[in-house]
Ligand binder design. Structure first.
Ligand SMILES: [Zn+2]
Length: 290
């Protein structure tokens, strides 16, 4: 092979090995929880949430719509195939949270606040991205490692991380510290969530725009958004960083709304979800009834 043709072959190899599309790789990190641990703590937390929070029945048209949309997005989630499931909390406050292992809850108030299917898809894709990157158990692992003296850890050998953590009071249920994300986790969830939206056919800009819209409304909505921004703190450059990610992807025509979304929006417009105070009263009554 003479020099020019060898050069051309080499150049071709270089061109062909450059990926056509830049993608965000899901982040990983120190995590003491095995896959089984992740599923176990997620299941325990799910049972607690189901007992303590007023949920819409999974058979309701709104729940079915949200579960269908969530599953459509989750089909594009990279990494472990977690058993994703989506439920609606009958709560007025705007929030959404993801348990380890793939169970995701979205408040009815969030659905009422979404002006397009793409905005709601943005919240769900962001939550899916928290699951993929195991933000909850990574955060708990840091605390475990900092708290457990080595001698004690040795005494616990043979027990699963989930059992050790539970013995130390580390859990992921209602109001868990480990469901509150750091700004770093938020950035990671935005970027991976943007890719998931893109792959499912939604404009990823809607994710950042919905979060920003909520932030702009925070003052006017009283305490309705406190929990949301406590669980999902603003990383500071949401719009810019999502726009930057989208700029690396080939342009395509996005879906904004489906007929199912528009009909579901009519249904939720007349619904009256519970306020945080009503839920607190409901929980007291509910606890007595058990
Ligand atoms: Zn988040």
């Amino acid at each position: 092979m003479n020099m020019p043709s060898r050069f051309i072959s080499l150049a071709l190899i270089v061109v062909l090995t450059i990926p056509a599309v830049a993608r965000v790789q899901p982040t990983t990190g120190f995590d003491l929880y095995s896959r089984d641990d992740e599923l176990q703590v997620g299941k325990e937390a799910m049972l607690e949430v189901n007992r303590q929070m007023p949920l819409l029945p999974d058979s309701s048209p709104v729940s079915r719509y949200v579960n269908d949309l969530g599953k459509k997005l989750a089909a594009h989630a990279p990494g472990e195939p977690w058993p994703y499931a989506f439920h609606v909390v009958n709560q007025k406050d705007i929030n959404a949270f993801a348990l380890p292992g793939g169970t995701i809850y979205v408040n009815l108030g969030t659905i009422q606040a979404a002006d397009s299917e793409a905005e709601l898809a943005g919240v769900l894709a962001h939550e899916i991205a928290h699951v993929v990157q195991r933000h909850g158990t990574r955060s708990a692992s840091k605390q475990l490692a900092a708290q457990v003296p080595l001698a004690l850890l040795a005494g616990m050998l043979g027990k699963s991380t989930a059992a050790q953590a539970a013995a130390m009071g580390i859990s992921f249920g209602v109001g868990s510290y480990f469901l509150k994300n750091s700004r770093q986790s938020e950035s990671e969830a935005d970027l991976l969530g943007a890719d998931i939206m893109y792959d499912a056919g939604y404009d990823p800009h809607a994710l950042a725009e919905f979060f920003t819209k909520l932030q702009d409304e925070a003052g006017g909505r009283g305490s309705e958004l406190d929990q949301f921004f406590s669980d999902h703190p603003d990383p500071g450059n949401r719009v810019e960083s999502v726009s930057h990610e989208v700029a690396t992807l080939p342009s395509k025509v996005y879906a904004l709304n489906s007929p199912e979304f528009l009909s579901m929006k009519q249904t939720v417009a007349t619904m009256k979800p519970m306020t945080a105070e009503q839920i607190a009263a409901w929980q007291k009554k509910h606890a007595r009834a058990e």
